[in-house]
Design a protein around this ligand. Structure first.
Ligand code: TYD
Ligand code: ZN
Length: 405
């Protein structure tokens, strides 16, 4: 088959999630133009073992002016990024007049903390409406794709960066050669590149197949990121598992030989080897579990409806597009999805065409059951929705297994 985006090695598809719509393109009910679709197949490279999508969606279709996702819709993520910024300020941005760049800054949730502390910074994000939100909170940001050419422009204008950071962004970018070349241009000699993304190990453990969608082009692991870094003169010098977004790893890359390597790197790579994380059999077992999950989820929702329960989706996440479309769940099973994001309300969820609305103001209008589509924010949501449970409401989940409780 050929075509690994990292090394050119042969790809083999281990999971086919079918025809899918773009996960963040919510549709006006009056719009009857044909919807763009792509084939969502997940493959592993025979040579470097990087897990990646088989097909690439052009970036302008996904990340454009109207990109609706906003980081600040989750209080827990705001807290996470505030802590992250504080740590950067104390540990990495300690020299004279340090400079930090964030790739995929979205609404500036992370950079706002550094801006308030007077740290020189720049956010880069192609989503112009998100960049406008960032600017409104006092963050310097430009609407652009980060790549080698834009990195060169930033370097010329602002000088070298002590730190480049990206959260939930690098796994979105197929052309990592250009990203790493850009980092080589932009980073100070002993600067670091820190990024965090969903972790293949957690996806396999949880069966969280909805981490796979158009925007999540790669599913990283310590093994494959170390290999990737080495190809471009960098080294993976630290890893940290993060309990956000359903399980992520924060990777720190530095130019080879400029930083000591934390023992955590070898430890995580050894754990991945011990559990055969990248083995064809492990990935085939994961694919089987995904098919089982679909059967169970559809049966569960169908039974709940047959018993006369009302059901609504909780959170019009990008990842829910994969679940709803792969499982064939539409408005007949889940008539509405509630979401706090203004840019999604009043529109239809991609492919499933389930209407997205603001949460009912009156809890009496809540459904009998919520399908927890924003399961990665479960803790925050459960803390907020205690009254729903107390009134007899039930949660339908599909990660880490199908359950109703
Ligand atoms: P998220 O899971 O963060 O990302 P992705 O879209 O990449 O899968 O999206 C969370 C969505 O859930 C977002 O549209 C906001 C919404 N949401 C709520 O409606 N209520 C909440 O309490 C939380 C935490 C999120
Ligand atoms: Zn490869």
């Amino acid at each position: 088959m050929g075509g690994c985006r990292i090394c050119g090695g042969d790809l083999s598809v281990f999971l086919d999630l079918g025809r899918q719509r773009l996960s963040d393109v919510f549709r006006d009910p009056a719009d009857d133009s044909p919807e763009f679709w792509y084939h969502l197949q997940v493959a592993v490279c025979a040579a470097c073992r990087m897990v990646q999508l088989r097909d690439e969606v052009p970036r302008e279709r996904m990340f454009h002016g109207d990109y609706p996702f906003r980081t600040s819709t989750s209080q827990r993520m705001i807290d996470h990024f505030t802590r992250t910024a504080t740590r950067f300020h104390e540990q990495e941005l300690t020299g004279t007049d340090p400079f930090v760049v964030e790739i995929g800054c979205n609404d500036g949730t992370m950079l706002a903390t550094l801006a308030a502390r007077g740290v020189r910074h720049l956010g880069v994000d192609p989503a112009t409406s998100a960049v406008a939100d960032a600017r409104r909170r006092g963050v310097n940001a430009v609407a652009d794709y980060f790549e080698q050419a834009s990195a060169e422009r930033i370097r010329k204008q602002h000088g070298a960066a002590d730190l480049v950071y990206a959260a939930n962004t690098i796994c979105h970018i197929p052309y990592l050669d250009s990203i790493l070349a850009g980092l080589d241009v932009l980073l100070r000699e002993d600067g670091v590149f820190v990024f965090e993304d969903p972790y293949l190990g957690d996806v396999v453990d949880l069966g969280s197949f909805d981490q796979i969608y158009d925007e999540h082009f790669y599913l990283f692991s310590a093994t494959t990121v170390a290999d990737l870094a080495a190809r471009f003169g960098f080294a993976l010098v630290d890893v940290e598992r993060l309990p956000v977004h359903g399980g992520e790893v924060r990777y720190t890359l530095a130019r080879r030989g400029t930083r000591p390597t934390s023992p955590a790197v070898a430890a995580l790579i050894a754990e991945e080897a011990r559990r055969d994380l990248h083995a064809d059999q492990t990935l085939a077992n994961f694919a089987e579990e995904v098919a089982r999950r679909r059967t169970q989820l559809v049966a569960t929702l169908t039974a709940l409806r047959a018993e006369g329960n009302t059901i609504a989706g909780y959170g019009a996440t990008a990842k829910s597009a994969t679940v709803l479309n792969y499982c064939g769940i539409g408005p007949e099973l889940v008539p509405v999805i509630y979401d706090t994001t203004p840019g999604k309300q009043g529109l239809l969820a991609p492919g499933s065409h389930i209407p997205v609305r603001a949460f009912p103001a009156d809890p009496a209008d809540y459904p009998d059951c919520f399908l927890l589509l924003a399961w990665n924010h479960a803790e925050e949501i459960m803390a907020k929705e205690t009254a729903f449970r107390a009134a007899g409401g039930r949660w339908v989940r599909y990660v880490p297994e199908v359950s109703v409780s």
